[in-house]
Design a protein around this ligand. Structure first.
Ligand SMILES: Cc1cc2nc3c(=O)[nH]c(=O)nc-3n(C[C@H](O)[C@H](O)[C@H](O)COP(=O)(O)OP(=O)(O)OC[C@H]3O[C@@H](n4cnc5c(N)ncnc54)[C@H](O)[C@@H]3O)c2cc1C
Length: 409
């Protein structure tokens, strides 16, 4: 499997690294402390810098492989995101971007919907997008969606409450963005009746009713959205309104396909955070005169050296799984299993690595003098959103053993 990227892609990775180092790291602690302050200077600078990136991504980045052109969009996005999350995972999530909502529109939207909701972004207008699935009574068990969508004439009327929606405030209140909301047409019909609807900013009845105070990724906004008779045009539904059988791309499975591209991205952002922690740990050790001797045999290594090498190996394993999931997507291959493997592996590795880095740095690791304690807080989300560690393990097991979600849950 060839993970090399074109020259143009490498240039964009270098830009991301520069932005992470020069724009994100210097303000990282400040926005960790001021959770609900919008870093507008950062947004504007990043937006200008990323415009060219958005335009070329919308056209489809590719590299030559033999005499064929192969897409490199997903792999490139992952490598860039590792760099940005190395700068600050919360700030990276805050960069004006259609986000998870945009990924859903890309995955199952019609050409007209893609143009209507993503066209202005690709034409150079900053906006945020979000996806609202979770509700007060469920997270993992998405068939429990209780938010309702009822057709009235040319409109859908949505009612319900969505919690923990990333970028929801910026998508609804700060730009002409949108939130993709999962709602049911008929609760008695289970998964098949769950559809997603694009709720544009400014929709009467769709309001942000709470901003969360979080442990990590604090520069990212996470909100509760109340839908109180929120009316949207009939053609804002993603896929068809028909309650279709399992396996159809217009049904629940189609919406779930969004995660095939976004789970590797979550993995990559966690890897960026853990890499930052490992680098700073090694610098802190070097200041104490301790360097890692890669060249000596196992019998001569100290416990500390072994811990560091093991963490580096685990991080590289997570990265390679992530890149594999991306490469498959770029080649048009189904990658649901690999996307879950990447996220599950990365979730385990990055939470362990960042925690271990705090531990190995001693009191300095626990103090706020370094960023290690922050990165430990930031890394944990890798294991929670877009399918928890346990849910991704279930998906992998089902896929290997050939069980349905009803048979293994
Ligand atoms: C910062 C943040 C941002 C978020 N952003 C979004 C967003 O943008 N949009 C959105 O819709 N949601 C978002 N979420 C919600 C997130 O997706 C859910 O928290 C997640 O799906 C888990 O749901 P839950 O918290 O209700 O946990 P539960 O589903 O109640 O699970 C609790 C624990 O039980 C485990 N568990 C559950 N079911 C099983 C099972 N069958 N087998 C084994 N173990 C199981 C879980 O792995 C977990 O450890 C966000 C959450 C956070 C913290």
């Amino acid at each position: 499997m060839d993970f090399s990227l074109s020259k143009a892609a490498q240039g964009r990775i270098a830009m991301a690294r520069m932005a992470a180092e020069m724009l994100m790291r210097p303000i990282s602690r400040q926005y960790d402390e001021d959770e609900h302050t919008d870093p507008w200077d950062f947004f504007n600078t990043m937006w200008e810098a990323s415009k060219a990136n958005a335009e070329s991504t919308s056209l489809g980045g590719s590299k030559k492989s033999g005499d064929k052109k192969v897409s490199e969009n997903t792999l490139l996005a992952c490598v860039q995101i590792e760099e940005l999350a190395w700068g600050d995972a919360g700030l990276y999530l805050s960069i004006p971007n259609p986000g998870l909502g945009g990924a859903a529109v890309q995955a199952v939207g019609t050409p007209e919907q893609k143009q209507r909701f993503l066209g202005s972004f690709y034409a150079g207008k900053p906006k945020w997008g979000a996806m609202a699935i979770t509700e007060p009574h469920f997270g993992s068990d998405s068939k429990q969606v209780a938010t309702t969508a009822v057709r009235e004439g040319d409109e859908w009327v949505l009612n319900g409450t969505k919690i923990f929606c990333t970028a929801g405030h910026r998508a609804l209140d700060e730009s002409d963005g949108f939130v993709v909301v999962w709602a049911t047409l008929d609760r008695s019909k289970g998964r098949a009746a769950i559809k997603s609807f694009i709720v544009p900013a400014g929709t009467p009845g769709a309001t942000v009713s709470r901003l969360e105070d979080k442990m990590g990724i604090r520069a990212s906004d996470t909100v509760t959205i109340t839908l109180d008779n929120a009316r949207i045009p009939a053609d804002n539904i993603l896929g068809t309104a028909e309650i279709v059988e399992k396996g159809s791309s217009a049904g629940f499975g189609g919406v779930m396909a969004t995660f095939d591209s976004t789970r590797p991205i979550v993995a990559a952002s966690g890897i960026g955070v853990a890499r930052a922690a490992l680098e700073v740990l090694k610098e802190a050790l070097a200041e104490q005169g301790i360097t890692i001797r890669y060249e000596v045999g196992a019998h001569e290594q100290t416990v500390l050296e072994r811990e560091v090498m093991n963490m580096e190996a685990q991080l590289q394993a997570a990265r390679l799984l992530t890149w594999k999931a991306c490469n498959m997507m770029d080649r048009g291959q189904r990658n649901s299993r690999e996307a879950s493997m990447a996220k599950a592996k990365a979730g385990t590795v990055v939470t362990r690595v960042t925690q271990k880095c705090v531990e190995l740095a001693g009191p300095l690791g626990y103090s706020r003098k370094l960023m290690l304690e922050k990165w430990m807080r930031d890394a944990k989300i890798t294991d929670i959103y877009e399918g928890t560690q346990q849910i991704n393990q279930l998906i992998i097991a089902r896929s290997i053993l050939g069980y349905s979600s009803a048979e293994l849950n």
